[in-house]
Design a protein around this ligand. Structure first.
Ligand SMILES: C[S@@+](CC[C@H](N)C(=O)[O-])C[C@H]1O[C@@H](n2cnc3c(N)ncnc32)[C@H](O)[C@@H]1O
Length: 316
């Protein structure tokens, strides 16, 4: 059996919130299956559930197929971007439960060969689907210095983006930048020494920004949330686990808007009239990991789970 390297985050909480009834028949879509940690827990704890296991990355999906083989034919695998999948969703059978566990997996850092880890001598690629689109190296060489700095600032919230962008481009031009490890070294040399001694590796935020841009993570998330909610069965639930503030902000705004709460831009102005609610928030505050989970699985420290239930049709 396949031994996964990624530990599913907030898994028990997601199961309790999204599939509380152990005997209910339901269709579950895991929009970000990865190595299949959440899908495995859902299928093994809820015997009447069937699942569609989706991922954009063929390499990791092969591992999930191995791990989840014992559940066939209760699970179907689809390789697609989640926004495209929900845009083209055939509506004959609407899903009752949809889960997104955003970002990438430990597998990507340790076993994919895709250039996600700054410790590895792998080509600086970062594409979840390496057969289309631009790699991280293409972005560094193809963008203007200003565009690259803006991207690193916006998606990585990296305050040294203005010195990192020209350093990356100069290294690329001189042929010194081929691998992920070399890129991380260039970033480390471009920031002040005190920053290098911080808790995070100095390239963490730049790598996050490049990966988000390469895979159009913000655009895909916005489209997918809308698409997923609209195909969801009335009464069905949508859960999203996010790992950084940019993602969590997008998820929170989306869910609040669907629940009829308007985001207030200015606290001194009256809130605009709330829109009609299409759903009910199941998590007024996000669910976060407890001390025991954080100790066992440190990446869970920054995870936030939010969930919303789609309203039942009025006429039923
Ligand atoms: C955090 S991992 C999921 C881990 C999984 N829940 C588990 O327990 O093993 C996120 C997964 O989503 C996939 N992914 C990220 N963005 C995607 C997108 N836009 N469309 C489809 N899959 C995506 C990644 O390839 C990765 O395997």
């Amino acid at each position: 059996m396949y031994e996964a390297v990624h530990r599913p985050v907030l898994a028990a909480e997601a199961l309790r919130l999204l599939a509380p009834d152990a005997q209910r028949e339901a269709l579950f879509i895991d929009a970000t299956t990865g190595e299949g940690g959440h899908t495995e827990l859902f299928l093994s704890s809820r015997p009447r559930l069937t699942a569609v296991a989706l991922d954009a990355d063929r390499r990791i999906q092969e591992k999930a197929k191995e791990r989840l083989a014992r559940f066939l034919p209760r699970v179907t695998f689809v390789r697609a971007w989640f926004d495209d999948f929900f845009a083209d969703y055939p509506l004959e059978r609407r899903p009752d439960i949809i889960l997104f566990d955003l970002g990438i997996s430990v597998f990507h850092y340790e076993r994919s060969g895709g250039g996600f880890s700054f410790a590895k001598d792998e080509p600086l690629d970062m594409r979840l689907n390496p057969s289309s689109g631009k790699s991280a190296a293409d972005l560094i060489s193809g963008l203007s210095e200003r565009e690259l700095a803006d991207l690193i600032f916006r998606y990585g919230e990296e305050r040294y983006s203005r010195s990192i962008a020209p350093a990356l481009q100069a290294a690329f031009r001189s042929g010194r930048l081929k691998t992920a490890r070399e890129a991380a070294e260039v970033v480390a040399q471009a920031v002040p020494p005190a920053y290098r001694r911080g808790r995070l590796h100095p390239a963490t935020k730049s790598f996050q920004a490049l990966r988000m841009a390469v895979n159009d993570e913000p655009g895909r998330l916005a489209r997918a949330l809308n698409g997923a909610f609209s195909v969801l069965n009335p009464g069905g639930v949508l859960g999203v686990i996010s790992f950084h503030s940019l993602e969590d902000r997008a998820v929170k705004r989306f869910m609040k808007a669907k629940a009829g709460e308007r985001h207030s831009v200015n606290k001194y102005r009256p809130r605009p009239q709330a829109a009609a609610a299409e759903g009910e928030l199941l998590t007024p505050k996000p669910v976060t990991a407890g001390a025991a989970e954080i100790k066992e699985n440190p990446p869970s420290r920054s995870a936030k789970l939010r969930a919303i239930r789609k309203k039942k049709n009025e006429v039923e």
